[in-house]
Ligand binder design. Sequence first.
Ligand SMILES: *Cc1c(COP(=O)(O)O)cnc(C)c1O
Length: 393
Amino acid sequence: MNYNVDDKGYYGEFGGAFIPEMLYPNVENLRQQYLKIMAEPSFKEEFDQLLKDYVGRPSPLYFAKRLSQEYNTKIYLKREDLNHTGAHKVNNTIGQILMAKRLGKSRIIAETGAGQHGVATATVCALMGMECIVYMGEIDIARQAPNVARMKMLGAEVRPALSGSKTLKDATNEAIRDWINNPVDTHYIIGSAIGPHPYPDMVTRFQSVISEEIKWQLKEKEGKENPDYVIACVGGGSNAAGTYYHFLHEEEVGIIAVEAAGKGVDSGESAATSVLGKMGIIHGCKTLLMQTADGQITEPYSISAGLDYPGVGPMHAHLYKTGRAEFIPVTDDQAMQAGMVLSKLEGIIPAIESSHAFAVLDTKKFKPEDVVVINLSGRGDKDLNTYIEYFKL
Ligand SMILES: *Cc1c(COP(=O)(O)O)cnc(C)c1O
């Protein structure tokens, strides 16, 4: 079984590039160039240097002693929360801005929901002195004021999406419209392992530095490269794809994907896409997505803004369909409690997205000798208000 993208841009039956004809030249150019560019020594050198000196990589692989005692198994945390800007997203935006430069682009557009990807994009545009326009739903602009302020400080223009539900999918539509109107000078930085081929594969490769590091770090600490389990939360699926990448074909490594169940899988307020989703097309790819009987995308819900997405990337749809990964839905309440446990036992306040991954420790029993690596995708500073309201702190 192959879990990587095939030469037609598919993961099993999922993936492809379902785009308006006017975008075809852009996406096709990217498809023809991306692997060649990524393989250039000068590209690799610049990417690695920035990951090291600007992002602060390698991120530590930390043995969580007290958490391990509590759950009677060996738990390691991959500390993506310690990256510059506080999460894994910057690994991808660094890669894509270098890609944009190699493709001769001078203008960057992006879509953002909660604003995390917008901030990561605005950050690298400031770093490279590139024009940056971030589309964001009008409602999200109102509820994510600190991230809007960050983007402005970083020199980006935040353009409101005023149509539809005025949230992420509408921002995505606006970004695509912009790209159609500016095909020559503009690169569209997609923020997760989604979008038309080659985006899911390109984003996965940029994020795969996570599992590349886990391998040598685990070798140093445990004398072996492969853990028994890797666990990550899945919104669109970029931190998870990066965490799994070098283990996809290592059969002894169990892969666990955690989805946001919101108020419960059957509550009508959920983002557990793999369980609730059906095959459909979103953001230019064929994948599992939550939709009405006649195929309109339904609004997802999760307490965590980063998991509040109606689809999953095509790689994850394939991992679900083939059974290679075990998908576990985690509710708001379970995630919030798990975030509190990690804070109390390890002195680490996680992003609520990451808290979902930790909640697996309460629902699945691991053996004492199991080595379990959990990707701590981001830090909790941005979520403090949600923690305060939830726990009445
Ligand atoms: C955005 C985000 C996620 C979800 O996005 P993926 O593409 O699924 O990784 C998870 N954790 C954090 C901290 C985020 O900011």
